[in-house]
Design a protein around this ligand. Structure first.
Ligand SMILES: Nc1ncnc2c1ncn2[C@@H]1O[C@H](COP(=O)(O)OP(=O)(O)OP(=O)(O)O)[C@@H](O)[C@H]1O
Ligand SMILES: [Mg+2]
Length: 312
């Protein structure tokens, strides 16, 4: 059984829709004494966080994800959700007197957003140790508390477990020296094109130089697909055609689950990249980050339909 250890956040996203425009309620000459209240008749709460999303997607692919995260006293609904999907919670630690990380997002009719993010228990992620989990074939260090990310990467490298470094929204937390250390420790690095240009800026290393330090450097480019630099080769991975473009949030996490799955199955890069690509396209057709679903047979059929080749 090829188990994947997925270090990162587990979070709630509360999304509220203000059926008007913020600009009608925020007076530019009064912003120094802002005191506004928005009535939001629509509200939904989604299960999210990078580790949660990646684990959910890898489970859909038939994999064995082990999320490793710190959560708070309000975790019960999320726990039920993962139980119903038979995803292990053995390494999801509840930290007393904290809340699970959560974002409160208010969107208006112009698609402007006002967000508050409470990191909560995520800031304790260093309490979990990757060495406590046995039989791990592959890991990922996804966005999480700063100390936890540094420690988990160091520990994976020290114990010789291959892992993907996935800086994502945690890009602002680290300096050039820290990023250089992460890349030296990691076997794979995955970033979107914006994060990739920041990585180059911070480390002073070009995309080619970063690629030379890992087994693969994967750069995703939204609807334009992705590029995988591996073994001196550049694999251009096409995007898949989504049934609808509903919500791009979480495409990156869905893609990373595809990477983990392909690597664990020993597929070549063109295949692994296409699995990841299809995961992004299946995700984008549904709102939220964990509301899409399929069987592994349905996935194989869709893979053949999209790329005109079989998955085996
Ligand atoms: N509009 C789209 N059509 C088809 N595939 C898409 C689309 N957007 C994203 N994808 C797929 O998902 C992958 C990851 O998307 P993207 O590069 O936008 O990641 P990201 O910016 O990290 O996303 P996130 O919002 O989840 O952080 C892409 O490489 C692509 O394969
Ligand atoms: Mg991303």
């Amino acid at each position: 059984m090829s188990r994947a250890l997925i270090c990162g956040s587990m979070a709630y996203d509360t999304i509220m829709v203000f059926e008007d425009q913020f600009k009608n309620h925020i007076l530019p000459n009064k912003v120094h004494m802002l005191n506004v209240s928005f009535l939001v008749p629509q509200m939904r709460r989604e299960f999210g966080g990078c580790a949660g999303n990646i684990a959910y997607n890898l489970k859909l692919l038939g994999g064995h994800p082990i999320p490793m995260a710190t959560v708070g006293q309000d975790f019960a609904p999320y726990r039920e959700w993962f139980r119903s999907h038979a995803i292990t919670l053995d390494h999801v630690r509840e930290v007393p007197d904290t809340f699970t990380a959560q974002a409160f997002i208010t969107t208006d009719q112009d698609n402007n957003q006002i967000t508050a993010f409470h990191p909560g228990a995520m800031g304790c992620s260093q309490q979990n140790k990757v060495g406590d989990v046995s039989g791990v074939a592959l890991g990922i260090v996804a966005p999480d508390g700063r100390d936890g990310m540094l420690q988990h990467a160091r520990d994976f490298a020290a114990q010789g477990t291959p892992f993907i470094f996935d800086p994502g929204q945690a890009m602002p937390l680290f300096n050039g020296e820290e990023f250089r250390a992460f890349i030296e420790q990691a076997d794979y690095v995955a970033a979107n094109s914006y994060e990739a240009s920041l990585l180059t800026e911070r480390t002073g290393w070009s995309e080619i130089e970063i690629a030379a330090k890992v087994k693969a450097y994967i750069v995703t480019r939204g609807a334009d697909g992705s590029i995988i630099h591996a073994g001196g080769k550049v694999h251009v991975i096409p995007s898949a055609r989504p049934a609808a473009v509903v919500d791009p949030t979480g495409c990156g996490d869905a893609y990373r689950a595809g990477l983990l799955h392909g690597l664990l199955q020993g597929f070549d890069w063109p295949t692994t990249g296409r699995i990841a690509s299809l995961m992004g396209a299946l995700k984008i057709a549904r709102p939220g980050t964990q509301n899409h679903g399929f069987t592994t047979d349905e996935f194989a059929v869709e893979y053949r339909r999209q790329f005109d080749r079989t998955l085996d």
